[in-house]
Design a protein around this ligand. Structure first.
Ligand code: FES
Ligand SMILES: [Fe+2]
Length: 367
């Protein structure tokens, strides 16, 4: 099976000769299954924002990548005021330890009363006096690697790269923005369900090539000729540049993009996380692969200037999303065809897609 999965997923480094991903990568349930361990278990994923565990004792259980990893995890703020990500599976017989968000002094499993401290250490257990070599470190709740950028938390089950390597493009570009005033807007958060493979959604996100064809409203405000794409080791940065007279960031003179009329920064962190940064704030888009041909995309808005909400490239996001969904769902139907397998890349417009396909092939070919 291994050979079948990796054979001919190699993507040539030279975009001028490379062919795109084979169609079966988007449609084969066996490949989707293999991606769980090879890609999703080894990379960093968005887990939430720090207000979820704002004070000591606050706990927030969640499932990491339902449909793909299905890993029950728990965010806590421990007694030393540090945010932790723990396994939410009791080390006795495996039930979930915490079933709802709240405030706790200790974690207590309701099945047989095992207790843990907020940093995951085993604390006590009734009726275990006769058990030999007990407790041992195996009775603690495993700590899961966690990293943060500004207000945002990322976690990974078995990361093959430091989180700093993934976050580097954000750190380089976005210092100096008013993160302290950034507030989550739960009322306008929403989930979209797309009948397509997760990687088709990422492909679409990683090029502005389709903007003139698919997004007439966005094309009115962005300068297509100036659209920028930059590759990072584990991500892609796209810069939407405003047309003359259209809204843009007011960047400080020492900023790397000073002099450019940036309307939007689109950061993609391999494989599933997007930070779209607009003059009004940040729309975090979290892609959740539910099945080989079904994907959830969560739009999580964090606002620092409500007055700019309806302006420029950051306005009308719902319409743009529906336009993307419609086209991506059409691609999903197309990649099932017996008459299509692979395409070619535009060397000027599809460097981001090529880079993603190279990363996907890299992770799929290594255990
Ligand atoms: S499963 Fe948790 S105490 Fe038994
Ligand atoms: Fe789009």
């Amino acid at each position: 099976m291994h050979d079948r999965i990796v054979s001919d997923i190699d993507i040539d480094q030279d975009i001028r000769v490379a062919r795109t991903l084979p169609a079966r990568v988007y449609a084969d349930p066996e490949i989707f299954k293999a991606q769980r361990e090879r890609i999703f278990a080894r990379t960093w994923h968005y887990a939430g924002h720090d207000d979820l565990v704002k004070v000591v004792g606050q706990v927030y259980p969640f499932t990491l990548l339902p449909g793909a990893l299905e890993e029950p995890l728990l965010l806590t703020r421990d007694a030393t005021d540090r945010i932790r990500c723990l396994s939410n599976v009791c080390t006795h017989r495996g039930t979930l330890v915490v079933e709802g968000a709240g405030h706790l002094q200790q974690l207590r499993c309701r099945y047989h009363g095992r207790r843990f401290t907020l940093d995951g250490r085993f604390h006590s257990m009734p009726e275990f006096e006769g058990t030999k070599d007990f407790p041992s470190p195996a009775d603690d709740l495993p700590n899961v690697p966690i990293g943060s950028w500004e207000r945002f938390l990322l976690v990974s089950l078995a990361p093959v790269m430091p989180v700093a390597d993934v976050l580097a493009p954000l750190v380089a570009r976005l210092s100096g923005l008013p993160f302290s005033t950034l507030a989550f807007d739960p009322l306008s958060a929403r989930d979209y369900f797309v009948n397509a493979n997760w990687a088709l959604y990422i492909d679409n996100y990683l090029e502005g090539f389709h903007i003139p064809y698919v997004h007439s409203s966005l094309a009115e405000t962005l300068d297509y000729g100036e659209y920028g794409v930059e590759l990072a080791r584990y991500g892609v940065v796209q810069l939407g540049i405003a047309k003359e007279g259209e809204p843009a960031f007011e960047l400080p003179p020492d900023h790397p993009d000073d002099g450019r009329r940036v309307a939007a920064y689109y950061f993609w962190l391999f494989p599933l996380t997007m930070f779209n940064v607009y003059p009004w704030g940040i729309s975090v888009n979290v892609v959740t692969p539910l099945a080989v041909d079904r994907t959830r995309v969560s739009f999580l808005p964090f606002v620092w200037d409500e007055s700019k909400r309806q302006q420029g490239a950051g306005a009308g996001l719902d319409r743009v999303e529906r336009e993307d969904e419609a086209v991506v769902e059409a691609v999903q139907r197309g990649v099932r065809s017996r008459l299509y397998d692979r395409g070619r890349y535009s060397p000027t417009r599809e460097t981001g897609v090529h880079h993603f396909h190279r990363l996907l092939a890299e992770f799929m070919s290594t255990d």
